[in-house]
Design a binder for this molecule. Structure first.
Ligand code: TXA
Ligand code: MG
Length: 345
């Protein structure tokens, strides 16, 4: 299959959205930008189309998808037994990087939810995502538009790299603003439980509805029945082996590990923050931004992993982050990218 790649401008926007909407309405797949990461969309009401998402990504069939709608009313029409706190969260944070897990109603089929009786719903804020949902007149099921297991795509070029020849269309709307996937919040209990941290932080949810808990799998390795099937799959991993180094002595430890690795003839690199630039000196490095600005660091994390792959790096040592605010989302992705290989200093 040939993959069309359309860079969006003011002049071609409406026509490109129309083309994309027709593909979706006819059961095809379209990759499109959201404020978090690029999504690979299909009509959420077409089981066969939804199944083809799993094939294109090589995604395990037991990992359910997020359904994207253009308004809160449209999103909630797909759910039932919606608690007041979920309505309050939607009111406050939609459109935006928050996904709510709710009891599903009958319109949503088993392919989307992987057989669960819940559905994950999100109203994205990106103008391209909203325009596509509106033009297709359908709820759009969309996981991140990467090959399953690899870092999520934050630019259209990342999607092309992973899915060229496997999908009919990629809409290029530039780099994603948040750079990490949405916060997934389970709303089927008596209070919100964060299953995956993201741009809407635990602190923001706590402030909005007065309570929140963070699932223990967010920073740990989960054994047992995962409430969010995505938790148990290998994730975000670059080709290189990555070790995460946390704590006050991280930069010095990273230099030591880097030097040892280089001495054994391994192509090695560092992912760090600008505060430690001079400590790393001339070592091969990728700086995400300032530690003081974790949103900036989050925005560049996945693309840094991809750049390391492009450069043929075999070994990466990365700095850890705080576990508050956006730092929690960064740590959640970094720990998985490291496949739980964490050194505390
Ligand atoms: O920002 C995002 O959320 C992006 C953009 C495209 O919207 N999408 C995304 O989708 O990251 P995906 O499929 O890569 O991640 C969806 C996560 C998975 O961890 C999945 O297990 C979880 O949401 N999930 C989906 N439905 C669920 C459900 N019914 N119950 C619990 N977890 C669910
Ligand atoms: Mg994903």
């Amino acid at each position: 299959m040939e993959t069309r790649f359309i860079q969006l401008y003011k002049d071609n926007f409406d026509e490109a959205i129309q083309t994309a909407a027709e593909i979706i309405a006819n059961g095809g797949l379209v990759a499109f930008p959201t404020e978090t990461v690029y999504g690979l969309g299909a009509s959420a009401l077409n089981e066969q189309a939804v199944r083809s998402i799993f094939t294109a990504k090589g995604r395990p069939g037991d990992n359910p998808l997020i359904v994207h709608a253009a308004t809160m009313a449209e999103a909630f029409s797909l759910a039932r037994d919606i608690p007041t706190f979920a309505r309050e969260l939607a009111q406050k944070f939609w459109p935006g990087p928050l996904t709510l897990v709710l009891k599903k109603n009958k319109t949503i089929g088993d392919a989307v939810t992987a057989g669960l009786d819940t559905v994950a719903l999100r109203v994205p804020s990106h103008p391209v995502a909203l325009a596509l949902i509106r033009a297709s007149g359908l709820p759009i099921a969309a996981p991140s538009a990467n090959t399953s297991g690899s870092p999520s795509p934050t630019r259209a070029e990342h999607v092309l790299h992973d899915l060229n020849g496997r999908i009919p269309l990629i809409l290029d709307g530039g780099a994603c603003e948040v750079g990490l996937e949405s916060t997934v919040c389970d709303c089927t209990m008596d209070r919100p439980v964060i299953l995956r941290p993201g741009g809407i932080t635990a602190e923001m949810i706590q402030k909005a509805v007065g309570s929140v808990s963070i699932h223990k799998a967010v920073l740990g390795q989960y054994k047992g029945k995962a409430p969010s099937p995505g938790m148990k799959h290998r994730h975000y991993a670059p080709k290189a082996k990555l070790t995460l180094v946390t704590g006050a002595g991280a930069a010095f430890k990273i230099c030591q590990l880097y030097d040892e690795s280089i001495a054994s003839g391994i192509k090695t690199a560092i992912i760090g923050t600008s505060e430690n630039d001079s400590t790393y000196g001339s070592r091969r490095k990728m700086l995400l931004g300032s530690r003081e600005n974790e949103r900036e660091c989050a925005k560049h994390f996945f693309s840094a992993l991809r750049q390391m792959d492009e450069a043929g790096v075999e070994r990466i040592f990365a700095e850890g982050f705080s576990q508050a605010g956006m730092g929690l989302a960064l740590m959640n992705r970094a720990i998985r990218a490291a496949e739980y290989d964490v050194i505390e200093t």
